[in-house]
Design a protein around this ligand. Structure first.
Ligand SMILES: C[S@@+](CC[C@H](N)C(=O)[O-])C[C@H]1O[C@@H](n2cnc3c(N)ncnc32)[C@H](O)[C@@H]1O
Length: 266
């Protein structure tokens, strides 16, 4: 595909090549990144226990540094690792080679909106984690990727929660930003350019013939801590327990930095 076609097809979807080092250090390998992974992992394992037994066809769309893709490949699932950022895919490829996971992994560097028709109804599980808010048209992206899940298959959707942006800005006194809906990031930081409210996304999930079988708020309390956990004398183990417990309860679910949906195609 020519660069021109690429721009046309992806609009202003945000390619993470330019954020590779900071994303790896400040997001994936940071305490908050590890907590996000642990909370989502726990939700998946509790809700879909068969993941620990059978071998499935899994697509990680917008996989980034492939934390979940690698986890599932290590467990013996067949995983397609998709992203538009070749620098990040190269990093994941190196891990796959080092750990001899090549037989379980396929790499795909395409905009996720182009996975149809090739992957229509093919996947047992599609992961779409923290990607929507980086797309030019998040809802169209969601509808497109939904087509890759087969009947009775699952979608794991991790949504960057716009409600959490409202709360964070209110706590910082940025009320005019909230009133003028200036909550979007510019792409310079890790505040995404197209955050969406959960209720908007839930409508689109249902329109695409999915039943939401479990919803969990991810990092409900951790992101609002005034002091670092070390300064409060709190252990990450205790924080994780509290997050896991209240993450499944209203009203906390919708206060999380992310909302994690596990959905079944009907
Ligand atoms: C915030 S990162 C999330 C990465 C990973 N899923 C995670 O949860 O850590 C968003 C990723 O989406 C990728 N991305 C953005 N637009 C995309 C598109 N149209 N198709 C595929 N990947 C895309 C970016 O390159 C980036 O790696």
């Amino acid at each position: 595909m020519s660069p021109k076609q690429f721009r046309k097809n992806t609009g202003c979807d945000f390619n993470f090549n330019t954020k590779y080092k900071k994303f790896k250090k400040n997001i994936c390998n940071s305490p908050k990144g590890k907590l996000r992974f642990t909370l989502v992992e726990h939700h998946l394992e509790q809700t879909l226990p068969f993941l620990l037994k059978s071998s499935l066809k899994i697509l990680d769309a917008g996989a980034g540094l492939g934390q979940f893709a690698l986890k599932f490949a290590r467990m013996g699932h067949k995983v397609i690792i998709n992203d538009i950022a070749d620098v990040l895919l190269k990093d994941v490829k190196e891990t796959c080679s080092r750990e001899k996971l090549n037989h379980n992994t396929v790499f795909n560097r395409q905009p996720l909106q182009q996975l149809l028709p090739g992957y229509r109804d093919k996947m047992d599980l599609v992961l779409l984690h923290a990607v929507l808010a980086w797309l030019h048209d998040p809802l169209a992206g969601l509808s497109s990727i939904a087509g890759c899940v087969k009947k009775n298959g699952y979608l794991s959707l991790l949504l960057y929660n716009k409600h959490a942006l409202v709360i964070r800005n209110a706590l910082s006194g940025n009320f005019s930003k909230i009133l003028n809906d200036r909550l979007k990031g510019t792409g310079k930081t890790f505040t995404p350019p197209a955050p969406v409210y959960p209720q908007t996304v839930e409508k689109v999930i249902k329109q695409n013939n999915f039943k939401i079988i479990s919803v969990k708020g991810i990092r409900i309390f951790y992101d609002y801590l005034e002091k670092t956990p070390a300064n409060t004398g709190t252990s990450m183990a205790d924080i994780t327990k509290v997050e896991n417990r209240f993450g499944l309860e209203l009203p906390y679910i919708y206060m999380g930095r992310y909302v994690h949906y596990i959905c079944k195609k009907i």
